[in-house]
Write a protein that binds this ligand. Structure first.
Ligand SMILES: Nc1ncnc2c1ncn2[C@@H]1O[C@H](COP(=O)(O)OP(=O)(O)OP(=O)(O)O)[C@@H](O)[C@H]1O
Ligand SMILES: O=C(O)C1=C[C@@H](O)[C@@H](O)[C@H](O)C1
Ligand SMILES: [Mg+2]
Length: 189
């Protein structure tokens, strides 16, 4: 069906009237959808998309499990802090952070100062079903997924709660994107 030019555009359907003044940073636990929802959101807003985990792997020339194994979590966090500082200082874009990035105080302050920070939140059971048994997440390896995510949630929720906006990310990806577009500040248009 031909598009009716007279009909109003659904919010966020096309990019030109949605030009954020600053980057959008997605935070939240593993499986919240930061990477997959972030890509869809960026496409809707016609913005570049960047994934901090991928950028860390590129900078370190190692995948995340190998980084953890060879150098330990502290070295990974150092790398993560530097990579996110670079991304937050870059052009306006959608940034998917790694699940633990926002716990770091320097990263948290920087993202809150420079970006629209959105916390993608969903119940642990839903997150566990999404991350499944696929490897690549060293903090879940060899542990009961629900227990591991519950303990991360207990330690991290107070940090995620500092995000500018909380998005209920329990439903499917398109619904989460729609919720984000509806929740973004109207001054962003
Ligand atoms: N809203 C959703 N509905 C259904 N499946 C989803 C949803 N969001 C993400 N998924 C699926 O869950 C898995 C994990 O999602 P994703 O990699 O985007 O999470 P993440 O928040 O980036 O996690 P991490 O912190 O480990 O990088 C993927 O297979 C993705 O397709
Ligand atoms: O929640 C976390 O601490 C992590 C989440 C992933 O995105 C990766 O950044 C890494 O596996 C650590
Ligand atoms: Mg991710």
């Amino acid at each position: 069906m031909a598009e009716n030019a007279a009909s109003p555009r659904p919010a966020g359907e096309n990019a030109p009237n949605r030009s954020p003044d600053r980057s959008i940073a997605l935070v939240g636990l593993m499986g919240a959808g930061k990477s997959t929802v972030g890509q869809k959101l960026a496409a809707k807003l016609a913005l570049p998309f960047v994934d901090a985990d991928t950028e860390i792997e590129r900078a370190a020339r190692l995948d995340i499990p190998s980084l953890f194994e060879r150098y330990g979590e502290a070295a990974f966090r150092d790398c993560e802090r530097r990579v996110i500082a670079r991304l937050a200082g870059g052009p306006v874009q959608v940034i998917a952070t790694g699940g633990g990035a926002f716990v770091d105080e320097a990263t948290r302050r920087l993202l809150l100062a420079r970006c629209h920070v959105l916390w993608l939140d969903a119940p642990v059971e839903r997150l566990a079903a999404r991350v499944g048994r696929r490897g690549g997440r060293p903090l879940l390896d060899g542990r009961d997924t629900i227990e591991a995510l519950e303990s991360l949630a207990a330690a991290r929720t107070r940090y995620y709660a500092e995000a500018h906006i909380r998005i209920d990310a329990s439903e499917d990806r398109d619904e989460t994107v729609a919720r984000i577009l509806a929740a973004l500040p109207s001054g962003l248009d």
